[in-house]
Design a protein. Sequence first.
Length: 326
Amino acid sequence: SWTTTSVVEEQVAAIRAQVGTKRAICALSGGVDSSVAAAIVQKAIGDQLTCVYVDHGLQRKGESEQVEKDFVAATGVQLKVVDAEERFLTALAGVSDPEQKRKIIGREFIRVFEQAQAELVAEAGAEGEEVAFLVQGTLYPDIVESGGGTGTANIKSHHNVGGLPDDIEFELVEPLRQLFKDEVRMVGTELGLPDAIVQRQPFPGPGLGIRIVGEVTKDRLDLLREADAIAREELTAAGLDREIWQCPVVLLADVRSVGVQGDGRTYGHPIVLRPVSSEDAMTADWTRMPYDVLARISTRITNEVADVNRVVLDVTSKPPGTIEWE
Ligand code: XMP
């Protein structure tokens, strides 16, 4: 019968047999799948695994720390952090078109990851150990959707930051290939990962870069990070994390409206709340959440986030609206 303990034991044995004494690398995003995949591989081969975390500066508040501190503390994994914020912001300067943004973020991610990977291969080479494996958090539904292919790094660009390079010469380690999302969460808990990681709601690979309607700048990211943190805090406090599939918080950076705050007239930006209920993100309905929670979020965001003087609620289903605004 299926138990998380037996899944972990089985996978640990399989990974040891597959990898042997060689080395593996894994791109960590902070998401559930890559975190659980990395944790299980770490349990199997320890320091033969190195995780790479590309800090692109598009994360939500506290997310980098969650990877760099909490995940490392929980797993003891060997982590290489690449601070690439400036590089991503430079590449995104002047760009407002959503598809352009996605392409740029995907492209830069691949470049940064390849560079980190090349450095690891060079370091390991000096010690005579071959880096031959790439760990991916592919789930069972991903395989079914993509036609059952095996053994290649051909991942839908929608689901990872740009996907990883096609010409990669690594063999894949995919310890979650037989699991559904809820099973992955159980395995993560079994491996000692904190709820903040294991129960995390979906978050797009391109991050806050596609939640700023308009050009992405550091100031706008900081503003959106504050507004998003407030919304998440209040939703969690109200016990709505399970009921709500996800709640994108969007900054309409090119829109301004007149308001009155403190001593007088303001001319600030609107923040959009997009709480949705869904089974699989293919379709979604806007969540009929309690007015008093909406009121608290609105009051706090307009009081605490400079340059925001209006909070609006998105009441569109999917279809016709996508969950994300870009
Ligand atoms: P949409 O906006 O298409 O989103 O209704 C459906 C689900 O996918 C997530 N999403 C992404 N996830 N990379 C990702 O890893 C992406 O480029 C991306 N775009 C959207 C979105 O958050 C929702 O859960």
